[in-house]
Design a protein around this ligand. Sequence first.
Ligand code: COA
Length: 261
Amino acid sequence: MQESLDTTTVAFDEDTGVGRVTLNRPDALNALSGQLRDDIIESLRLLEDQNDEEIALRVVVLEGAEGNFCAGADITEFDDAAAGASSSRDHYRFIRDFPAPVIAKIEGYCLGGGLETAMACDFRFADEDARLGLPEVDLGIIPGAGGVQYIAKLANPAAAKEIAMTGEHISASRAKELGIVNRVPDDVEETTQEFAETIASKPPLAIQAIKDSARMATQSTLEEGIEYDNTVFEPLLATEDHEEGARAFAEDDYEPEFKGR
Ligand code: COA
């Protein structure tokens, strides 16, 4: 499946279960217009609907067209946003709550709402030349979609304040050092695709449970989180995929095929 919306393109590979959403406003460095926010949500919905294929959607790669991830909120639409015009377009929450893992493949600029979009994803793989930052302070505002909160959690509060108060762009390797970025590989496209296919080949229900569990870890006490894990652990023991995995472990030459059941 390959489809173009106004400001995104969407592709789904039915052999691997990997979906791809490309932000496609390169003339504005893929800045988040209201239309683009809507199209990100619509693109993810289209991928979620790929249930008729033998392999349903397993993982999504989110990227920007023509060498930049996203230069943040579209500054030319700021008055509309202030009037609440984009309040219904919360693509950040949609990505965060999306059942399949989402990997941000970051090249070029990844600023403001672009970095917040990447931090709403489950993973961030960045090209070594990528530049990340929260420049909102220079517009007299703060990152409005949790930029400071995310960095405080992924790295630490001092790093969050440093990045948001200076508004400076940091390198991919610095972002990795801080824990904001997972990997800075030599070939970001190849590594992201390989990683996506690895995750896509795993039992989908277990992957979804791990995503939910990691989210709980950021919102609850350790004890509450462990209790939550116990409630999802038991049902997984009864899945066909658990049986499949156990068989593959026991039989040397058996390649498991996980179905999400
Ligand atoms: N909103 C709307 N348009 C944007 C944009 C944004 N956030 N960021 C870049 N663009 C547009 C520019 O206006 C320019 O359009 P034009 O060619 O029609 O003039 C085009 O994208 C290319 O940007 P340009 O500034 O010429 O490229 P550059 O390489 O000199 O600088 C940046 C790149 C990212 C450093 C610079 O564009 C920038 O600082 N952008 C704003 C980033 C920001 O503050 N984001 C947070 C907003 S809250």
